[in-house]
Design a binder for this molecule. Structure first.
Ligand code: BG6
Length: 527
């Protein structure tokens, strides 16, 4: 069967140009999408309950869902429409701003149809329901199929959809949203793509990386390319190094089954960390258009200096949390978590040093770090500039004059900060370290969308800017393969996985790793 095309243009929005800019501080006009519906596979699971349905509910409350929208949950669990609605109700009622009357209206858009993922015949009920509701709601035949199941079910679902003709839009369009992980290495990612491409075109495949949906990640592009003061210094001549940190305080929670197979490098680096890096390091495209922005992001992936298996120990520090204190309580070690092997070597922390071999970034080290059960939860990019070339105050000021830094805090307490030095007021020439601080939401009067709301809306309106293209995805797997293989090697060449106490900044070796280069991690413990 040939892959059907995603042909229909979104009804209202020019899909490829991103959000419409509002005047300073004014709400930005959100895109409206044409009529469509959504089928969530894995609807009885965690992602649907915690992220997808709450996001759809918030979009509904803010009147951002397209006309005719309805959602069908589907999974192996044999719910009726009503039992599924009750499940969703219990997940939503603790939401800030939850409103019983609004819920009654929203619930009218929710349906359910069970399937057995690998059995195409079991999709007949789903297809019938989709056709019936599409007519009733006038959704124009356009539908998003969201894979929110464990990834092992993706191939079966996509093949069954193909066998049952669910991928074929008689009118409107069909889009397939694929959650991470997209494969567990390059080969399995390609295998998954080849199954998908039998049933969907690349144009209609939306690979989610929710970090790209974060407003403050998108703001990195705006900051860089809507200002003329940053770009001239955004290169090897002025930047000493870059740090990207995604620190979490949670542990593995109830996801040990997945995490034991994944570990931090697959879970965070292959996707979120490298995507953030691609935005920080990319060249400006000639126009802010989906494919051109993706081209530039992919070029960064292509320019990453290959990690070499032989000296991986110089570029990578791995860790695993031991017991300790986190979020005000005593917490277990990773190996004591339910579902974790007592001799597990799975890394829950990694620090990686990478280089980008191109004109702009030659010789600038990029330190990336992510871990679970760390001292505080924050994600940020730190651009550390070079020190002053000449110490003309050396006789007057005895203290070291440190380099300037630009902090782009992605979450929480979203802000942009420029660290620099001034003179301390008074009669003497004394140095004062100061921070020019911009809280991201200050002065904004509109609605702030979270990452899932943003990517769901973009998928409805056919804007692929914030999704991962297959070439970028394959490059990221290929780049990390030596690190993953080394970590999983069962011989002496495997890098150590250092234990770190929960509630700390990771293993001491991660500090040694950056300190050896004469640099220090930038940490954040709260506003
Ligand atoms: C997910 C990872 O993709 O991102 C999780 O699978 C991680 O392990 C989460 O906790 C972090 O996302 P955020 O938005 O909370 O920083």
């Amino acid at each position: 069967m040939s892959a059907p095309k995603d042909t229909a243009a979104p009804a209202i929005a020019p899909a490829k140009t991103g959000n419409v800019a509002g005047a300073t501080g004014e709400p930005c006009e959100e895109f409206g999408a044409g009529p469509c519906s959504m089928v969530i596979f894995g609807a009885s699971g965690d992602l649907a309950r915690r992220k997808l349905m709450p996001s759809l509910y918030r979009l509904f409350r803010h009147k951002l869902l397209p006309d005719g929208f309805f959602v069908i949950g589907s999974s192996r669990t044999k719910y009726s429409d009503d039992t599924f609605r009750k499940e969703i109700y219990s997940a939503l009622r603790s939401e800030a701003g939850f409103d019983e009357l609004e819920w009654i209206e929203f619930a009218k858009k929710i349906f359910y149809s069970p399937v057995v993922y690998g059995d195409p015949a079991s999709y007949s009920g789903l297809k019938k329901l989709l056709i019936e509701k599409d007519r009733a709601f006038s959704a124009n035949g356009s539908c998003i199929f969201y894979l929110a199941t464990p990834p092992s079910a993706y191939p079966e679902i996509v093949s069954s959809m193909g066998a049952y003709g669910l991928n074929d839009a008689l009118k409107g369009w069909r889009r397939l949203v694929v959650e991470k992980p997209y494969g567990r290495d390059l080969e399995s990612a390609r295998d998954l793509s080849s199954i998908i491409y039998k049933n969907f075109s690349e144009e209609s495949v939306y690979r989610i990386d929710h970090y790209l949906g974060k407003d403050t990640v998108q703001n990195i592009m705006m900051l860089r390319f809507a200002n003329s003061i940053f770009e001239p210094i955004w290169n090897r001549r002025y930047v000493d190094h870059i740090q990207i940190t995604v620190a979490e305080t949670i542990g593995v929670e109830k996801r040990a089954g997945y995490y034991e197979q994944s570990g931090i490098v697959r879970d965070m680096f292959q996707n979120h960390m490298l995507q953030v890096l691609s935005i920080v390091a990319m060249e400006p495209p000639s126009i802010f258009e989906s494919d051109l922005v993706s081209d530039e992001r992919v070029k960064v992936m292509r320019a990453l200096r290959p990690l070499s298996g032989a000296d991986i120990k110089d570029s990578l520090v791995a860790g695993q949390y031991a017991g300790g204190e986190s979020n005000g309580g005593v917490v277990k070690a990773y190996i004591e978590e339910d579902g974790v092997a007592p001799d597990s070597r799975t890394a829950t922390f990694a620090a990686l040093k990478v280089y980008i071999d191109n004109w702009r970034w030659q010789g600038v080290p990029i330190y990336m770090r992510s871990g679970k059960r760390m001292k505080s939860k924050f994600s940020q990019v730190k651009i550390q500039f070079r020190g002053i070339p000449h110490r003309m105050f050396r006789e007057t000021i005895k203290t070291e004059i440190g380099p300037n830094a630009l902090i782009l805090r992605i979450q929480p307490d979203e802000r942009v900060q420029l660290k620099f030095h001034t003179k301390s007021p008074g009669s003497r020439m004394c140095l004062r370290d100061v921070v020019m601080d911009f809280p991201y939401l200050e002065g904004y009067k509109g609605l702030a969308l979270d990452a899932y709301e943003r990517v769901l809306l973009d998928c409805m309106s056919g804007d692929k800017m914030l999704f991962v293209r297959s070439d970028g995805l394959e490059l990221s797997w290929a780049f990390l393969a030596p690190a993953i293989e080394a970590l999983e090697a069962k011989n002496d060449a495997a890098p150590d996985v250092h234990l770190y106490r929960a509630g700390t900044w990771g293993p001491a070796e991660a500090d040694g790793f950056i300190n050896r280069d004469g640099r220090r991690w930038g940490n954040y413990t709260g506003a």
